[in-house]
Design a protein around this ligand. Structure first.
Ligand SMILES: Cc1cc2nc3c(=O)[nH]c(=O)nc-3n(C[C@H](O)[C@H](O)[C@H](O)COP(=O)(O)O)c2cc1C
Length: 192
C-alpha cells in the first residue's frame, strides 16, 4: 500500500482507520463469496436507532450479469475504474419504521454506519472499498425493483488493490495524492 495514503494523525488512531482509503486501482484477484458475506455481515452489526437496522445490501460479483447491471448505473466518471472492482454493493435504506410506518429519521445515518463497518471489516481482510454517490438512484431502483419505502443510498466498489500505474489520468494522480482532513480544532469543540 502506498505510504502516502496512510492517515497522518496527531493522536494514536487505530491502524485499521489510518490505513483505510478509497482506491481506484483494483486487481484481477476475485473476491470469494465467503469474504463478501463476511463483509456484509459486519455491516449488519453496526448500531442503528432502536436497532431498526434500516438497511439492505444488493451485491454482485465481477463476471456476473448482476455486476454488469450495477455497473451500468454508475456515472461516467466512476465506470472506468469501478469496472475493475471485484464486487459492487448497492446499499439500500428503509425509510419507514417497521411497526408504525412512520418515517425513520435515522435511516440514512444508519445505512452510513453499516457502510463504515463494511469498509473496516473489508480492510481487515485485505479488501479495499470505495463508496460512490455518482450513479443513478432511479436506475438502481428500477433494476432491483425497490418498493416505495426503500431508497438507494450509495454504491460500494470492493476489491484487492493494484498498482496506480494501471490507471489513466485523472485517476492515477488521485491514487498518488496524499489524503487530508480538516484539523480537529476545526471540527471539535469543548463545551464548558
Ligand atoms: C457517500 C460517498 C459518496 C462518494 N462518491 C464518490 C464517487 O461517486 N466517486 C468517487 O470516486 N469517490 C466517491 N467517494 C469517495 C470520496 O471521494 C472519498 O471517501 C474522500 O475523498 C476521502 O478519501 P478517502 O476515502 O481515501 O479517505 C464517495 C464517498 C462517500 C462517503
Amino acid at each position: 500500500m502506498s505510504p502516502i495514503k496512510i492517515a497522518n494523525t496527531k493522536n494514536e488512531v487505530i491502524d485499521l482507520i489510518k490505513n483505510r482509503w478509497s482506491p481506484r486501482s483494483f486487481s484481477e484477484k476475485d473476491l470469494s463469496l465467503a469474504t463478501l458475506e463476511t463483509i456484509l455481515e459486519a455491516g449488519s452489526w453496526a448500531p442503528s436507532a432502536n436497532n431498526t437496522q434500516p438497511w439492505r445490501f444488493i451485491y454482485a460479483l465481477r463476471g456476473t450479469p448482476g455486476f454488469e447491471k450495477l455497473l451500468s448505473t454508475l456515472s461516467p466518471g466512476n465506470i472506468p475504474w469501478a469496472k475493475n472492482a471485484a464486487a459492487l454493493i448497492a446499499t439500500i435504506g428503509i425509510r419507514e419504521l417497521p411497526d408504525t410506518q412512520q418515517k425513520n429519521h435515522y435511516y440514512m445515518h444508519d445505512v452510513g454506519m453499516a457502510s463504515s463497518f463494511m469498509l473496516l471489516q473489508a480492510l481487515d481482510m485485505g479488501v479495499y472499498g470505495h463508496m460512490m454517490a455518482g450513479y443513478s438512484k432511479q436506475h438502481v431502483t428500477e433494476l432491483t425493483g425497490l418498493p416505495a419505502n426503500e431508497e438507494s443510498v450509495s454504491m460500494i466498489a470492493l476489491g484487492y488493490i493494484d498498482s496506480p500505474e494501471k490507471l489513466d489520468e485523472p485517476y492515477k494522480t488521485r491514487e498518488l495524492t496524499a489524503r487530508s482532513r480538516n484539523p480537529l480544532s476545526a471540527i471539535a469543540a469543548h463545551l464548558d
